[in-house]
Design a protein around this ligand. Sequence first.
Ligand SMILES: [Zn+2]
Length: 67
Amino acid sequence: MTAAAATSSSPFETITVTTAKVACDGNSAEGLGHPRVYLDLTADGTIVCPYCSRTYVLAAGAKIGHH
Ligand SMILES: [Zn+2]
């Protein structure tokens, strides 16, 4: 097997987070920014930003409070 390249083949970024609420303002460094929005991860630990389609995924071991 050949080691996969470190670069992502996905058109959108996947960002690992450790909290159930994330703030996203896009990728302003590439001119793709958007107004900052706060996103709540869903029960399965993921959320896709409706502006820039970045996917936020809860890190393994991190827990979302249910209370
Ligand atoms: Zn975004």
